[in-house]
Structure formats: C-alpha cells, structure tokens
Design a binder for this molecule. Structure first.
Ligand code: BG6
Length: 492
C-alpha cells in the first residue's frame, strides 16, 4: 500500500501567522463537531497545515475530563477523516485541544475563556442553535474578551430562527464584531467539484457558448443521503430538509449553474452574480416527503425527539426556473432527501436534440453533461456518434472522467470543512456566504415554506428513491430523474 500521508499544498498555511490564534468551538459535543470539524482539523494536522500556535478550545456543558473528550472524538476522526488514522498525528492534534466545561448561557463562566496573550486572534465558531447566537456574542463582549477588529465569529446554519430573526441576529452581531468578521458558513462552497462548476462552464468555449435556453432542455440537481437524521431530532424538527439542505447548499448549487459569467474570478464578482441568479429564481412546484420505516430503520416519526405526528419534511423536490437571463424558463429540478437508496450529489444538464433532421430524432440519445460532486467526483459527458461499420446508424458515446480515482487528486483535495477552516485560520473570508445571500436564501425558504402549507406531505420508504409524487413532477414534462449510476455504464 502506498503511504497516504503527504503534505497537502492548497494554501501555504499558518506557519507565517504572527498572532496566536484561538479557535473556540461552542457546541463541541454536537454532531457537527464530531462529524465534520474534528476530522477536518485532523486532516489539517495530517497535511502539516495546523500552526503550532493554534489553540483549539472545545466548549461543552457536559462534565467531561480532557481525556474523556479526546476519547470521544477519536472514533469520529477514525471514521471521518480522509487521511488514514495515525496515533502519532492524533496525539499531535490533541496537544492543541482543550475541553472547557461551561454553561454558555451564564456570563460568569466566560472568564474561563480569557486569553493570556492579549494579541491573540479569536475565531468563535457557533455550532449551536441560533437562539444562542446573540447571548454568546453579548457575553463575550461583556466579559471583555473581544477585540472588535481582530476577532471573528463563524455562524453555522440555520442563521436564525426565521428571516426576521436572522436579520436581528446580524444587526446585533454587527454591533459587537466587525461587519466583515461575521462569517456564515456553507460548507458546500468548499467542495472540490462545486468549485469546479465555474471552471467547467467558463474555461471551455464549448460549454460557455451553449449554456443557454436554446441549447439546454432542463437541469437537474440531486443531493441524496442514505443517513437519516441521526441524533439531531430536535434540530431537524425545526429545520426540515428546507433549512437543512435546500435553502443553503442546494441554492448555492443552483446559483453556480445559472449565474452569468463574472467579470473576474474573485469572490466579490462571483457572489454578486450568484445573488443576481437567486433574485431571478421563481418556484413552480414543490413536493415534500418524509421517510417511513424499513426493516430495522425507523420511520422519521419514530426517531428520538421527533413528534409522532410530525409533518417535518425529510425530502424536497422543487421545480424552478429563472425569470430572466440566458437560461430563462429552462426547467430546473432540485431534490434532496434523507434515507434515500444512495448517497450522491450531482448536477445533470440535459441538452436539446439536434434540429437538422438528418438523423431520426428517436434514434438520438439526449446529450447530457453530468457533474459528479460526491462521493464520486468527476464529469460524464454523453453524446451521439456514428456506429462503427458501413451503416449511418447513430450510437451513444459516453466519456467519463473520474477525478477522485486519481491518487494525486485524492491526496491534494481537501474536504470542504478542511478547506474552509484553513481559509478562516488565515483570515481569508472568501469562502463564506455574504449576508446579502443569506437574506435571499431566507426569502427563498419562506416562499417554499408557504407552498408547503397548502400541500400535503408524501411518504417514502427508507432506502427508496423518494416519493412517487417527485417522479410525477418530472414525468408530466416527459422527463425522469437521472441516477448517478448512469455514468457506470460509460467507457473511460
Ligand atoms: C449539513 C446538514 O449541512 O450537510 C446535514 O445539516 C447533512 O443534515 C450534511 O447531512 C450533508 O453534508 P455532506 O458534506 O455530507 O454532503
């Protein structure tokens, strides 16, 4: 076996940092810290990308010793990090970590967070429910812990309880932190193939010129997960698939697919085009689903902290279109669900058939571009060609590029949280979502939520492809959902 631990070279990291950096995680015994943040920190350590000067403070209410906490995080790192687990690397990482037991609602506990070094830069990561955002910021300030122009706060979604509350939180935090230091995280932006969408679209004359309503018939975006809600019942009952996946992660994807070309490849220009794209979106139809039991998998309503008659959706399918622009009126179908039969995130762009009538239309395959985001990363392209031989028969050609099949690509590709934390540790805020976009996403979410009120919930069996009504949504236009497996049949 080849040794996988190599130095990752995506940003020359913190070795150059002058101030001490203190990364404080509120909610460090929560699912997000275990599943995403700890593996990301381990990956940074394994790639020699964690600065010696970094202190990681893990805040939790639970009475845990330092040893207990380290024991708790180890299996999550073993399971979730992209680098193989090595005792030595883990030990190195744990030297940076300090578990601090405190009650984040009690101001008298905040003295535990005092820095010895007055010039430390603090990054406060709020992986807690949004109702705590304001009081944490208040307590940090009142305890004299903040340097307004040095310190950062990172918010995990949902960025508020609703649109109004999100604005209230932002207004409040703006009085405590520098505006540009209030960071909203959407880890999908850190995914390699999502970063690749703009390159595919704008670095190729081929795609640049055909990305319009004359050539594109329809677009589909799928983010399917096999996991259920794990032990996040109370959170998920509030959020549902809408706030958990759709109004943030999937909306980001939609905006990358339909946005106009930015003037420059920097985050200001890109984000302003994304904002324009989201402003153009119109919602045509929605389907809301909830998973039921299968074998030993529980129904959503049987999960812990979920009401037995809950109407929270664990699945959403939407039909959208852009009201203006190059893709005006092209149907965009978006779906996301928990407990589906496959974990796969991908975008498919379906092209119109050739219009010259030289070949029988029914013999032509729909040309298709598939951008595979995860777990397979790559690009699949299907088009028509002549079947070898003496006839003029047409046959489909499939080209399949598997990006993460290549060893170098795998080891050089940081995970989303790894990439984003890395940039935050360098005070590079370009991978965070601007508040303008957060507001638009709440607006979008509120519109979808309103539609849900007039519509029932459709149930789907765990490990299935989602509710039947989501198929009908496409079938009525003569389309079907594309499966990620379609590229398995391809020639390499
Ligand atoms: C999170 C959601 O933001 O994204 C989770 O809260 C979901 O419910 C996760 O499982 C999916 O992220 P990824 O990176 O595994 O696709």
């Amino acid at each position: 076996m080849r040794e996988l631990i190599v130095k990752v070279s995506f940003i020359p990291i913190g070795k150059t940092m002058k101030n001490k950096l203190v990364f404080t995680i509120f909610g460090s015994t929560g699912d997000l810290t275990y599943r995403k943040l700890m593996p990301a920190l381990y990956n940074l350590m394994a790639g020699s990308n964690l600065d010696d000067n970094l202190e990681i403070r893990c805040i939790g209410r639970k009475a845990l010793s330092q040893e207990d906490y380290i024991q708790l995080i180890q299996p999550w790192i073993e399971k979730g990090s992209r680098f193989p687990f090595k005792e030595t690397i883990f030990l190195e990482l744990t030297k940076h970590i300090q578990y601090i037991q405190m009650d984040l609602t009690k101001i008298e506990d905040y003295h535990l967070l005092k820095n010895v070094d007055q010039n430390s830069i603090n990054i406060y990561y709020l992986a807690v429910a949004p109702e705590f955002f304001e009081s944490i910021a208040d307590h940090l300030e009142s305890s004299g812990l903040l340097h307004k122009n040095l310190d950062y706060v990172i918010l995990e979604k949902p960025f508020g309880l609703d649109f109004k509350h999100a604005i209230k939180v932002h207004d409040k935090l703006s009085t405590i932190f520098h505006q540009d230091h209030i960071l909203h995280i959407d880890h999908y932006i850190g995914k390699e193939m999502i970063q690749n969408i703009l390159a595919i679209r704008f670095a190729n004359r081929l795609f640049e010129t055909i990305w319009n309503k004359d050539t594109i018939e329809q677009i589909q975006i799928t983010a399917a997960e096999t996991i259920g809600i794990e032990n996040r019942g109370s959170y998920y009952e509030q959020a549902g698939a809408l706030q958990d996946m759709v109004q943030n992660h999937l909306l980001q994807l939609v905006s990358y697919v339909i946005m106009d070309q930015p003037k420059l490849m920097n985050h200001e220009h890109i984000q302003s085009k994304q904002i324009e794209a989201i402003q153009r979106l119109s919602i045509d139809e929605c389907v809301f689903g909830q998973y039921t039991a299968k074998d030993d998998l529980k129904a959503y309503r049987e999960e812990d902290h979920v009401s037995h008659d809950s109407v929270t959706e664990t699945y959403i399918a939407l039909q959208l279109h852009a009201k203006e622009g190059a893709l005006k009126d092209v149907p965009i179908f978006v779906r996301s669900g928990k407990r589906m039969n496959q974990r796969a995130t991908y975008i498919s762009v379906h092209f119109k058939k050739a219009v010259n009538h030289l070949y029988p239309q029914d013999k032509l395959i729909d040309e298709l571009l598939l951008i595979k985001i995860q777990p397979d990363e790559g690009i699949y392209f299907r088009f028509n060609a002549k079947k070898p031989g003496s006839s003029q028969e047409i046959t489909p050609i499939m080209m399949n590029f598997c990006q993460n099949c290549i060893y170098e690509n795998r080891i050089n590709t940081p995970e989303a949280y790894e990439r984003i934390l890395n940039s935050a540790f360098h005070q590079d805020t370009s991978l965070f979502t601007p508040f303008e976009m957060v507001k638009l996403s709440w607006d979008f979410g509120s519109k979808v939520a309103k539609l849900k009120k007039n519509q029932g919930l459709d149930f789907y069996e765990s490990q299935s492809d989602g509710p039947i009504s989501a198929d009908t949504l496409l079938n009525q236009h003569g389309y079907v959902w594309i499966s990620a497996d379609i590229s398995d049949e391809a020639y390499q």
